[in-house]
Design a protein around this ligand. Structure first.
Ligand SMILES: [Zn+2]
Ligand SMILES: [Zn+2]
Length: 151
């Protein structure tokens, strides 16, 4: 089984990740833009059982635009986001793809969310997309994920 290391900028927080993500999403929401300092975020969702965490991250919690809670775990030394937990999926965690620093990580995003906030120059990859507003967002996201899980 493929084993990868996801690390923060300074290396204090290390995640050993076994196997591939269940899905990879690209998020254009304004929170992700502020958090990353970039135009969008890209993350893999893994089962918690696939991941071993080394180090002591700090936590920042907020409500997502979807109205659901998200707990972000970040390095207190360098500030990189290492991973997060989302309320509706207690057994899953999101890991920013960039923390693998592995351009050979070939799985491209297969879900795009909050595309209403997409910068006009960004090319959205193929796959389901949601505009990303409250109830409609939740319904669209659940439908998109159900499709993906079916394979
Ligand atoms: Zn760090
Ligand atoms: Zn987002």
């Amino acid at each position: 089984m493929t084993e990868r290391i996801a690390a923060c900028h300074c290396g204090e927080i290390n995640l050993t990740v076994r196997g591939n993500p269940e899905h990879v999403s690209m998020c254009h929401c304004l929170h992700c833009q502020r958090r990353t300092g970039s135009a969008f975020s890209v993350q893999g969702y893994f089962s918690k059982s696939q991941v071993t965490i080394k180090g002591s991250p700090k936590r920042y919690s907020r409500k997502g635009d979807s109205g659901r809670g998200v707990d972000f775990h970040f390095c207190p030394n360098c500030g990189s986001t290492s991973y997060w937990d989302v309320e509706p999926w207690p057994d899953k965690m999101g890991i920013p793809l960039g923390t693998f620093a592995d351009p050979s990580f070939v799985q491209s995003p297969n879900v795009s969310i909050f595309v209403t906030h997409c910068h006009p120059w960004v090319v959205i990859p193929e796959g389901p997309r949601t505009e990303g507003h409250s109830k409609k967002f939740n319904e669209d996201a659940e439908r998109a994920l159900a499709e993906l899980r079916k394979g």
